[in-house]
Design a protein around this ligand. Structure first.
Ligand code: 5AD
Length: 328
């Protein structure tokens, strides 16, 4: 695959061919099915200070965290709407010790045994990942952010490293999780060379899920004055990821939906097959502001599962009530 050509060409025929081939490959593996995940943003407390992130430690945002009961309530709402995967995502918040988090995972799995639980809680130790897996967690999302060590250092404070991030991803795989990696498109310092490394990593590690979306500057961060990433380039990368790893579960991310009113449909037309609407409580949604103007209403809101089904049906896709596991 000529990655550089596909990223830079202005030939609409070449781009169209790329998108169509990605859809063909996706349809051969998963059929015309889009899987829904309910995203529950459990905490915006974070001990990390990632330069791009609106809930970094130094951000002056109002902080919240959800209790076990609040999380279970979100799952109950979601179950009624047809969700069969719950994604619990949060900053690296020490309040959620292994004891607390295992108790929450066990409670969700007990009440919803036919649902998958996905965690996205940042870097934890292998023993912590092991206990959470034993408590019933099925999947873990931890974007690698960039596969280039220098670029990684440009995006993160000195105490964080690509090496440790990769260690976590390997530990998660070892422990039997379905693993999600991914990166932002157009983050400061990203080049064709760093993107080639991202795609090589994905082709080699074959994460079960890959989340990518445009970088969007977040107020109050060192990158607040930087340019946002491109929707068009994100779509091309989605298609390339589908071709390099045909079985991947590939979400049409909220960042894409935030940047373009038809972002989700366009992502599906580029080979994506997952949507992750917001299931968080109404009053905390606006606080999980990892970037500016983040969507959590309209079709981004889980209440509009029906709206999502309609929008997907309009482009010839169905949305099953299904865990939507990785197909080997
Ligand atoms: N723009 C786009 N994506 C962001 N993320 C964090 N901050 C931003 C931003 N400003 C992404 C990171 C993280 C995921 C949860 O959200 O890739 O892993």
């Amino acid at each position: 695959m000529d990655i550089e050509y596909l990223l830079t060409t202005s030939d609409p025929v070449a781009v169209d061919e790329l998108m169509r081939e990605a859809c063909r490959v996706r349809d051969a593996v998963y059929g015309r099915r889009v899987f829904m995940r309910g995203l529950i943003e459990i905490s915006n407390h974070c001990k990390n200070n990632c330069l791009y992130c609106g809930i970094r430690r130094d951000a002056k945002c109002r902080r919240y965290r959800l209790s076990k009961e609040q999380i279970l309530d979100c799952c109950r709402t979601g179950y009624g709407l047809g969700f069969r995967t719950f994604v619990m995502q949060g900053g690296e918040d020490a309040w959620y010790t292994d004891e607390v988090m295992c108790d929450i995972v066990e409670a969700v799995k007990r009440e919803f045994p036919d649902c998958a639980v996905t965690l996205s809680l940042g870097e934890r130790g292998r023993e912590s990942f092991r206990r959470l897996r034993e408590a019933g967690a099925d999947r873990y999302l931890l974007r690698h952010e960039t596969a280039d060590a220098d670029h990684y250092r440009r995006l993160h404070p000195a105490e964080m490293s690509l090496e440790h991030r990769m260690q976590c991803l390997h530990d998660l795989r070892d422990l039997g999780y379905q693993v999600g990696a991914g990166f932002m498109v157009g983050s400061p310092g990203q080049t064709v060379e760093t993107l080639k490394k991202d795609l090589a990593f994905i082709e080699d590690f074959k994460p079960e899920m890959v989340g990518i979306g445009p970088f969007i500057p977040a107020a109050g961060t060192p990158f607040e004055g930087e340019r946002a990433g491109s929707v068009e380039i994100t779509l091309r990368l989605l298609a390339m990821i589908r071709l390099l790893h045909p079985h991947v579960l590939l979400p049409a991310t909220s960042a894409l939906g935030t940047m373009h009113p038809q972002g989700r449909e366009r992502a599906i037309a580029a080979g994506a097959n997952v949507v992750m609407p917001n299931l968080s409580p109404q009053d905390t949604r606006s606080l999980y502001s990892i970037y500016n103007n983040k969507l959590s209403t309209g079709s981004e809101a889980a209440e509009s599962a029906a709206d999502i089904r309609l929008r997907m049906a309009a482009i010839g896709m169905e949305v099953p009530e299904d865990r939507g596991d990785f197909v080997n």
